[in-house]
Ligand binder design. Structure first.
Ligand code: X2X
Length: 344
């Protein structure tokens, strides 16, 4: 009775114009929310997207219907355009690598500083500490709502030509890198011949032999089956680890009820936790099964001695110093201190 009066009143006060004011948030929801990732569910990263999408659907009783678009297909495979597309609303939600968003968010280059993070404890000391909070504040200021940290992983060096034990071994090798100036500087200083291309373009380039090598986490190597494109050599140098940020477009976020926002956040935290566990499986001190699997494919895995690793550290020191200044000395100092204080 009361409700009928209210609706009648609204119609009388201005018909269709007044009506949306009494429509609940729910009916303004989109039929589909587009979730962008670079790789699909065969990879921990894409699996994380699938888990997030399912959890959101579950926790919101189907009100928020998420569809995943792997291959960064919403930006035609150009992963360096993903961040701008989220801000513009072409993408509603994303799980993005810090590398891919670093052209727009310069602070994210911190994670790409060569040999900053020696182990998983160091990565956690950053993402789960002061640095993680500050990066989220920066992302928020740049127009997206950050919810949780997952992980792509420590990026190891693979190639089809020869074993890499020293920077000299890299000389002249054509290495595919992501579209990031910092990576270009790192591989140039290492004496390699870096060539920037998207992940979509990289795979045919490996298959045709147009490039000799690449760097990516082991989970990417195995899921993309890079041993089948002749990558017979793999050096475990752990020079860089890229975290993944789970984010939502700001306007989309604001269009949801507070309860649904809480549900999406909780789903992101849970999905990120599961994704991180998948990303680290098989490459820890306790569980080396991924390396064994890759060796089973006929790939030679090279483990550097501390002295050998140090040669790569020395060769990339100039790049580190130059980029530390560009990222912001104070921010990098905070990161270095957090790593020095970590519990291993
Ligand atoms: O393109 C890559 O190398 C990948 C899949 O690791 C990223 O998107 C950063």
């Amino acid at each position: 009775m009361k409700r009928r009066h209210f609706i009648q009143g609204a119609v009388a006060a201005g018909g269709a114009l007044a009506f949306p004011a009494i429509v609940t948030g729910q009916s303004q929801y989109k039929a589909e929310y587009k979730l962008s990732t670079v790789v699909g569910p065969a990879f921990p990263w894409g699996k994380g997207g699938e888990i997030w999408a399912n959890l959101v659907r579950e926790k919101t009783g189907g009100r928020i219907n998420v569809k995943m678009y792997p291959g960064v297909s919403l930006v035609q495979g150009d992963q360096t355009r993903e961040f701008s597309a989220i801000r513009q609303g072409i993408i509603d939600m994303a799980i993005g690598s810090t590398i891919n968003w670093s052209p727009q968010v310069k602070e994210l280059n911190l994670f790409s500083l060569p040999f900053l993070m020696p182990d998983f404890a160091a990565v956690d000391a950053l993402t789960q500490g002061e640095i993680g909070k500050r990066m989220f504040a920066t992302l928020d200021k740049q127009g997206v709502v950050p919810l949780a940290w997952g992980e792509n992983g420590f990026r190891e060096l693979t190639n089809s030509k020869r074993e890499i034990r020293t920077p000299a071994d890299l000389k002249g090798l054509k290495i595919r890198i992501v579209g990031s100036p910092l990576f270009n500087d790192t591989f140039t200083d290492l004496g390699a011949n870096p060539t920037q291309m998207s992940w979509a373009d990289a795979q045919p380039a490996f298959a045709s032999g147009a490039v000799d090598g690449q760097e990516n986490p082991m989970a990417i190597f195995t899921a993309a089956k890079l041993h089948t494109v002749g990558h017979k050599f793999c050096t475990l140098w752990g020079y860089v680890c890229d975290p993944l940020a789970f984010v939502v477009n700001k306007e989309v976020w604001a269009s949801w009820t507070p309860a649904d926002r809480d549900a999406v956040r909780a789903a992101a935290v849970e999905a990120a936790k599961q994704e991180l566990a998948l990303a680290r499986a098989g490459i820890t001190k306790e569980d080396q099964s991924t390396y064994k699997q890759v060796e089973g494919f006929g790939v030679k895995i090279t483990r550097l001695t501390p002295a050998e690793r140090e040669q790569f550290v020395i060769a990339t020191r100039r790049v580190y110093a130059r980029w530390k200044a560009q990222i912001g000395k104070e921010l990098v100092d905070v990161a270095e201190q957090a790593i020095a204080k970590r519990k291993v």
